[in-house]
Design a protein around this ligand. Structure first.
Ligand SMILES: Nc1ncnc2c1ncn2[C@@H]1O[C@H](COP(=O)(O)OP(=O)(O)OP(=O)(O)O)[C@@H](O)[C@H]1O
Ligand SMILES: [Mg+2]
Length: 384
């Protein structure tokens, strides 16, 4: 049995005997096989992954991915974010040539998928929804098998590659244990190790921290940074917003099969409005003062009050962009939306004047979750 040098589901459908050497037959669902291939439609940039109108409707009628236009720049750590069922794995399966799109086109490393699956997959390390492992083999022997299935892997350096990969994912001590006796997190690490056997241009990781404990998550994040530092573009899916914020340079947000937004993580987080946080022992009094100054969604807590600047801070991102353009310091007008910079000192002064003991006062940066909720009007929940 020949297997593609990737793990998980990729091995199942890409790894027919000899599949690495032969171009995959063009699937019937894609557009004409004439020589100006779909790549010409979507190439022309240095995007490592690029899709246009990528759509997948499953046989049952479920529209899992709906007109996706994704651009993953070379060298990025790209977070593919969305709640359960939003279409992340389905997209990744199309990108890896495991399933054909219903319509639309995708290129990976400049090549059209799924047409170029045989040429592209050896250049990609992939971990897709739970690696396919041989339970009766040890972790180490599983890796040896994966490596042996890679026609480009030199058998003389196999041992070294396998030991290095085991070490990178923290599995050296457990490498002799049978894979069926591995915990979920250990299996996940082993799958990751198989994706890391060779340096790749692109690493595609579907929920890489699934099943890991907090320490394991930290280790994987460090590993992703390390791999990215070596020049590999990393595309990772997650439903964990803080994970994406911590490790990714770019992100795309999915909701119900549609792309809500994509860009740098900094840009996306900046879309979310920051929350005002006041730390004080005089919570009730602070709420009163803040409410009187049009601070919305007030949330009294233990020794703190959170609130939204709302209209007060909303012009920070719009008129704030042209700061310095107005003549003189027209500080008089509070109507029509002052910038957060103007609103904050006034609020603070009002609190102090009212006798509220202010122990802390500031704007907490908006999170990606805030941005998601603001963009979709929905919570970060499973779609129906
Ligand atoms: N083989 C299939 N047949 C029919 N529907 C499917 C199939 N695979 C996925 N779906 C549906 O497509 C939608 C998207 O699923 P997908 O697995 O891509 O979501 P996801 O974003 O990866 O979710 P999760 O975060 O839970 O992994 C879901 O509604 C799912 O039920
Ligand atoms: Mg998934």
């Amino acid at each position: 049995m020949t297997k593609a040098p990737v793990t998980g589901d990729v091995t199942e459908s890409a790894g027919g005997p000899g599949a690495e050497q032969r171009p995959a037959p063009a699937p019937s669902t894609t557009t004409s096989p004439s020589s100006p291939s779909p790549a010409s439609v979507v190439s022309g940039t240095d995007d490592v992954i690029r899709t246009r109108g990528l759509t997948k409707r499953f046989r049952g009628g479920q529209l899992a991915v709906d007109g996706l236009d994704l651009s993953v720049p070379r060298g990025s750590v790209f977070g593919f974010l969305g709640p359960n069922g939003s279409g992340k794995t389905t997209t990744i399966r199309m990108l890896m040539g495991l399933i054909s799109p219903t319509s639309g086109v995708a290129t990976v490393l400049g090549e059209p998928m799924p047409q170029s699956v045989a040429g592209v997959l050896p250049r990609v390390g992939a971990l897709i929804e739970g690696p396919a492992l041989y339970g009766f083999l040890s972790g180490r022997d599983n890796l040896i098998r994966f490596d042996a299935a890679d026609p480009t892997a030199d058998p003389r350096t196999r041992r070294h590659r396998v030991e290095t990969a085991l070490e990178r994912v923290g599995l050296s001590a457990a490498a002799g244990k049978k894979a069926r006796a591995y915990s979920l997190g250990m299996k996940q690490r082993l799958g990751l190790a198989s994706a890391l056997l060779q340096p790749r241009e692109l690493l595609v990781l579907d929920e890489p921290t699934n099943g890991l404990d907090p320490q394991g998550m930290r280790e994987i994040r460090a590993l992703v940074r390390e791999v990215a530092g070596e020049g590999t573009t990393v595309f990772l899916s997650s439903h964990l917003l803080d994970e994406i914020e911590q490790v990714c340079s770019h992100a795309a947000v999915m909701s119900r099969g549609r792309l809500v937004v994509q860009g740098t993580v900094a840009e996306l987080a900046a879309r979310a409005q920051g929350r005002l946080v006041v730390r004080t022992p005089d919570v009730a009094q602070a709420v009163e003062v803040l409410a009187a100054h049009q601070v919305g969604s007030l949330l009294p807590g233990d020794g703190r009050v959170d609130g939204e600047l709302g209209a007060l801070g909303s012009s920070a991102g719009t008129s704030g962009g042209t700061s310095g353009g107005t003549s003189g310091g027209t500080s008089g007008g509070t109507s029509g939306g002052t910038s957060a910079e103007e609103a904050l000192p006034k609020l603070c002064a009002a609190l102090v004047e009212a006798g509220v003991r202010v122990h802390g006062f500031g704007l907490e940066r908006g999170t990606l979750e805030d941005a998601f909720v603001a963009l979709t009007g929905e919570g970060f929940d499973v779609a129906g």
